[in-house]
Design a protein around this ligand. Structure first.
Ligand code: NAP
Length: 386
């Protein structure tokens, strides 16, 4: 159901009812257009009606069980979401990323494990196609992010308060990744320890989306970062983003870091690997400092020797975005996203994308999303990419 557009925005091929997805490769920034919205939403906008035909279907990722993601996830046809109630919004999902937490969700190892069949998807960017009469902060045509889950689908119908409007021209790939990783990076720098300009922060998975955002946000605050990765070839790239020190993880991490920083005291350590990697990171943090575990790319639980806690007074804590966002009002949350969107728009915040897949290709997309040494995020465009 794709529509291809010439650079001047003119459709070069009309949508056909039985169209399959177009190949997703070779797309460029700003070329992503939601065919569903153009084909149906704009017409509704013009008519002011949400005239859904009976029996309409849409595509959605369903998990029939919890297990190996590419085995349990499939692209299914399900009933369309229908028109919005007075306090609801309907939007087309333009793009969603496959994040590590989505992979854990498919495996059944995430904190949420809803009854089956279940639809994953913690974030997306969408374009509003219809609003209920009581919704005033967004209109048809607006770009939005969704604070609710189940976003691996073509359309969503949610409460108006759950969508956050974005600036009209925001680059769609970055917008698709705005909901989770940017505020995670931000709040780990603001809410855990009162770090001041000149203070050092150390993190592993420094080349991940979160890691890159931590580098950029820390740099903007005058913080210095030690960035732990798995290969030296990433150093130049991360230094371009503002990384002060880059090191390869290994058994002598603390010694290497002390040499690279001139034995500067490191007040905060951010760990998303867990297992023995937490202990290696903790050994780099100064007495009385804080180690925050926020992920487990190793699949293990974090390990820190009791001597670090008892003799050196390290604080071991954890971060989950939802917990820290829940301390804020809806207005404060909208302000955070407005500020982060501004920083995406001016290029301060950026996360690379490796490839965009069609929703029908959710299985190969999941396979790739679980592989190491990616050049960026795996995204999926449920309504087609041009
Ligand atoms: N707690 C929260 O609220 C929250 C919110 C957002 C994200 N997170 C967590 O933040 C982490 C990064 O997320 P992201 O979306 O930024 O990830 P991402 O962009 O998909 O990147 C994944 C990163 O993990 C590394 N990695 C993969 N397997 C690894 C292993 N076995 N040992 C060490 N490193 C490994 C990769 O390194 P290579 O390039 O070397 O393969 C890469 O740097 C994840 O653990 C995620 O769950 C937590």
């Amino acid at each position: 159901m794709n529509v291809r557009f010439a650079p001047d925005g003119v459709p070069v091929r009309a949508a056909q009812p039985n169209d399959g997805p177009e190949p997703m490769q070779g797309t460029t920034q700003g070329q992503i257009v939601c065919a569903q919205w153009l084909r149906r939403g704009m017409l509704r906008q013009v008519s002011g009606l949400y005239g859904r035909a009976g029996g309409e279907v849409m595509k959605q990722v369903l998990l029939d069980g919890y297990g190996v993601p590419e085995e349990v996830a499939r692209c299914a046809e399900v009933p369309d979401v229908g028109p919005p109630a007075a306090d609801e919004v309907v939007f087309d999902v333009l793009l969603f990323p496959i994040n590590p937490a989505d992979v854990w969700f498919c495996r059944g190892s995430y904190r949420l494990k809803p009854p089956l069949p279940a639809t994953p998807g913690a974030e997306c960017v969408g374009r509003v196609i219809a609003t209920g009469s009581e919704v005033s902060h967004v209109r048809a045509g607006d770009l939005v992010i969704n604070l609710q889950r189940e976003n691996w689908t073509q359309r969503r119908r949610v409460k108006g308060d759950d969508v956050v409007p974005l600036p009209a021209g925001l680059e769609l790939r970055q917008a698709a990744m705005l909901r989770i990783n940017p505020p995670t990076a931000l709040l780990m720098l603001t809410d855990l320890v009162a770090v001041q300009p000149g203070d050092w922060v150390i993190q592993n998975v420094a080349n991940s989306a979160v890691g890159r955002l931590v580098i950029a946000l820390a740099h903007a605050r005058g913080l210095k970062t030690v960035n732990v990765v798995r290969r030296e070839s990433l150093f130049d790239e991360l230094k371009t983003l503002g990384a002060d020190v880059c090191v390869v993880d290994g058994p002598h991490l603390a010694e290497t870091v002390r040499g690279a920083t001139g034995d500067a005291p490191i007040r905060l350590g951010l760990d998303a690997v867990s297992g023995a990697a937490t202990a290696r990171l903790a050994a780099c943090v100064a007495d009385g400092g804080t180690v925050c575990n926020y992920g487990a790319m190793s699949g293990e639980d974090p390990m820190v020797g009791r001597g670090e806690l008892i003799y050196r007074g390290l604080v071991l804590t954890g971060f989950m975005l939802g917990r820290f966002m829940a301390r804020r009002s809806l207005a404060q949350i909208r302000d955070i996203y407005a500020d982060l969107a501004r920083q995406v728009a001016d290029g301060t915040l950026f996360a690379p994308v490796e490839k965009i897949y069609a929703i029908e290709d959710i299985k190969p997309a999941l396979v790739r999303a679980q592989q190491g040494e990616r050049t960026g995020k795996i995204l999926v465009a449920p309504n087609g990419v041009v």
